[in-house]
Design a protein around this ligand. Structure first.
Ligand SMILES: Cc1ncc(COP(=O)(O)O)c(C=O)c1O
Length: 383
């Protein structure tokens, strides 16, 4: 057998990176999906303290530091309302590694994996990498989860192994009601499919915390993903987690251990500190996000029309193209805006065919860059 499997080589270059390649000098990026505010002091202090310790830096346990596992369990208990203990937590190198490990175990070749369209690009890429078929399902108005559409897609797909929901969603910012999550959970249980609920943006709410899968349907309903990368403001730590029933996580843990053992020890120390200061860190993060939505309304009112909805969460603006631009010109329009106004966004088509007619504008970056980027973007939407 050839040492190179075609599946290894045809993972597409991320369209987000593609927009960055060839950008003229001086271009501001509103493309990257990461927080642009400073690393919270709790994490900085923990990392500095580590640097001052003259000691060994051992591997540590495969399952991660027990105090971090316990802290994630406590955080999940508090935010889901479902009592969660250490055996229900799988610590991973970012939620990306949790997705990878779960797909390795559950997304068997030849099965269907239901993914939101538009949706985070990794879901389809990981299904594809497993020689499973990514089956896109549409979202509802505002990019919210439409349970009927998902259940309909599930009924039509062949041998569904995994169903992914993401809320608050990347790229639409849409959310899922508790009733919608319960309905989807029930359908997945009936179909024998693993439900993966990617909730990495859940703590970045403006008005009130949106529903979560475990809160809506209990811990047996599926696996919930969380991360240090968004609300905790520390994507570079590469610390994430999956919470679910121990037997569901068992084989994924083995994959994760084989891949990377555990997140780096300094990252785990910083994550412990961030969770210990969680209330303050998350309140500050929500403040950063609120200020960014306010900037949008102030600097680029032509983009938001009637204003920002109160039930917003996360930092993505899912912006319809100006009325005179056809959906099939989505990428061309994004490139024009980049090259003429020196600001990058992500064409909606990067997230699936149903993303045609939209740009994803990330409001997450540093505030000064964001406001300048929005100033450059706004005139394209003027009448
Ligand atoms: C919806 C979603 N899930 C998961 C991830 C992966 O995040 P991380 O591996 O940093 O936890 C991202 C990153 O952008 C994302 O947008």
């Amino acid at each position: 057998m050839s040492p190179v499997d075609p599946r290894d080589t045809d993972l597409p270059v991320s369209p987000i990176r593609r927009m960055a390649l060839g950008a003229p000098p001086g271009t501001i990026s509103l493309g990257l999906g990461e927080p642009g505010w400073p690393l919270p002091a709790a994490a900085r202090d923990a990392l500095v303290a580590l640097g001052e310790v003259d000691a060994r830096l051992p591997y540590g346990p495969n399952a991660g530091r027990p105090e971090l596992v316990d802290a994630v369990a406590a955080f999940h208990s508090a935010t889901s309302g479902v009592e969660t203990a250490a055996p229900q937590v799988m610590l991973t190198s970012g939620s990306q590694a949790a997705l990878f490990a779960l797909f390795q175990v559950y997304a068997a070749p030849g099965t269907s994996v239901l993914v939101p369209d538009p949706g985070f690009v990794s879901y389809a890429a990981l299904a594809h990498q497993r020689a499973a078929e990514p089956v896109p399902y549409p979202l509802g108005p505002g990019g919210d989860l439409d349970p009927d559409a998902l259940v309909h897609a599930l009924a039509r797909a062949r041998h569904t192994s995994v169903v992914v929901v993401n809320h608050p969603a990347n790229p639409t910012g849409g959310i899922a009601s508790a009733a919608a999550l319960a309905q989807v959970a029930e359908a997945c249980a009936r179909a024998g499919a693993l439900l993966v609920s990617d909730e990495v943006y859940r703590e970045l709410w403006l008005d009130e915390r949106p529903a979560g899968l475990h809160q809506a349907a209990g811990l047996a309903a599926g696996v919930v993903l969380g991360s240090m990368s968004k609300a905790f403001g520390a994507p570079g730590l590469r610390v994430g987690w999956a919470v679910g029933q121990p037997d569901v996580l068992l084989r994924a843990r083995i994959v994760h251990n084989a891949m990377t053992t555990a997140p780096a020890q300094p990252s785990q120390a910083a994550a412990v500190a961030l969770l210990a200061a969680g209330e303050k860190v998350l309140a500050q993060a929500r403040g950063h996000v609120r200020r960014r939505w306010e900037s949008l309304e102030r600097v680029a009112p032509s983009l938001v029309g009637a204003g920002v909805a109160k039930d917003r969460a996360g930092f993505y603006l899912w912006q319809p193209l100006p009325g005179d631009v056809a959906p099939e010109d989505t990428e061309a329009f994004a490139l024009r805006v980049r090259d003429e106004s020196l600001v990058t966004t992500v064409p909606g088509t990067a997230f699936g065919t149903r993303g045609a007619g939209y740009l994803r504008v990330s409001l997450g970056g540093p505030l000064d860059e964001l406001e300048e980027g929005l100033r450059r973007l706004a005139p394209w939407w003027k009448a």
